[in-house]
Design a protein around this ligand. Structure first.
Ligand SMILES: [Zn+2]
Length: 387
């Protein structure tokens, strides 16, 4: 019985831990390193174990830094089973297909750049869309929260609600090898308590060994109510002066959190009830649909709301724009709308182009990244993107 760590060591991204027990190799997450160029090199480097020797992957949640190297694992010989919750499975599909698309785009861009500089133009993506699709075929059994699942004789995994993103879990392993019995808990990423959409993280079960994330361990989050009040104020002020509000937002979770807050603002008449809200990101639209399909992951209040046929994520003036033509039409809106677009950092994707076109003296770009963090909401003229 042993444990080894192959990512997220002294850094935040690239989660990948290997548990060996009863002759089986179990990988807990297989995430992508995200950030600087050096991390791209790390992504394409060796895993530190044979991909073909892995029997199972237990996936804690669908964020790219936890699932993003799964297609690469498959490409290098993995033939085992991926086990996760139903919601994580659906979100991972969206995340991996988007990641593969970006890898292919990046490889094409680098190849063109190399060709311009007289270098060898060939450059393979880390993995392709086909690799991502094939990878999805390795998803086998579905885990239910709090129901022990025998992965293999001597190895049982129990998924506990981590309250981080839809479908996220901490995973408790009960291991037996000969006379040795151990319980090992992998926290995965842990959410904040008090989320309106999801349940609070479940209290951790007893374990002999705990492997825990500490990404925001040294940071105090703002009270979400304060941020919500500020957001409503910023939107109302902008709409009154005849501008648009552009919110660059991450497709997964942050978009749904914002839609929930905007819908509540309209319901409670703190925002104009017919306020047009455009969601201008195909990936965010797909992720929102997955949220709508999994009320079993909602907090009690949101589950009650959803059971009364009240969609927690849409309001009267909601428009989802998947098509390029629809997306282009948003550029004609001179004022009075909230536009949520891709790229949480406002450095690329739809938001960068949209905001450069429609951002004017009357409009405001609000950085959703700051939600629940220390800095307040603010206009683009006052604030840059927050990392
Ligand atoms: Zn995460």
């Amino acid at each position: 019985m042993y444990l080894s760590f192959h990512g997220a060591n002294q850094e935040v991204t690239g989660s990948c831990h290997l548990l060996h027990c009863a002759d089986k190799n179990i990988l807990i997450d297989c995430g992508l390193y995200q950030g600087e160029h050096e991390l791209d090199v790390q992504n394409s480097g060796p895993f530190g174990f044979e991909a073909a020797s892995i029997d199972f992957v237990i996936l804690t949640h669908a964020h790219l830094d936890h699932c993003g190297r799964l297609p690469l694992l498959l490409r290098r010989g993995f033939q085992g089973e991926v086990i996760t919750t139903a919601a994580t499975r659906e979100l991972t599909r969206i995340v991996l297909l988007d990641s593969a698309h970006l890898q292919e785009e990046e490889a094409r861009y680098q190849a063109r750049r190399n060709a311009r500089h007289g270098k060898h133009p060939q450059l393979a993506p880390l993995y392709s869309t086909l690799d991502a699709l094939n990878c999805l075929n390795t998803f086998g059994r579905t885990a239910q929260y709090n129901q022990p699942l025998e992965i293999s004789p001597g190895i049982t995994a129990t998924f506990c609600d981590a309250g981080h993103i839809l479908g996220s879990a901490s995973v408790l392993f009960n291991l037996e090898e000969g006379a040795v019995k151990k319980s090992v808990l992998f926290s995965g990423d842990i959410g904040n308590s008090g989320s309106q959409i999801m349940r609070d993280p479940a209290p951790p079960p007893h374990a002999d060994v705990v492997i825990m994330e500490t990404t925001y361990g040294d940071r105090l989050h703002r009270n979400p109510t304060d941020s919500t009040v500020e957001l409503y104020e910023a939107i109302n002020n902008t709409l009154v002066r005849g501008g648009n509000v552009v919110i660059p937002t991450f497709a997964l979770e942050r978009t749904q959190e914002l839609l929930f807050i905007l819908r509540e603002g309209c319901d409670r008449q703190l925002l104009p009830q017919n306020m047009p809200v455009f969601l201008d990101s195909p990936m965010a639209i797909s992720a929102t649909e997955v949220f709508q399909h999994h009320p079993e992951c909602y907090s009690d209040a949101t589950a009650t709301l959803s059971s009364t046929d009240h969609d927690p994520f849409t309001m009267k003036g909601f428009h989802a724009t998947r098509e390029t033509v629809e997306s282009m039409a948003i550029n004609q809106i001179v004022g009075g709308a909230v536009i949520m677009a891709g790229s949480g950092m406002c450095t690329g994707g739809v938001s960068a182009t949209t905001s450069s076109i429609i951002y004017g003296a009357k409009s405001a770009v609000l950085y959703s990244l700051v939600f629940q963090q220390k800095a307040p909401w603010g206009d683009a003229s006052l604030m840059g993107p927050h990392r």
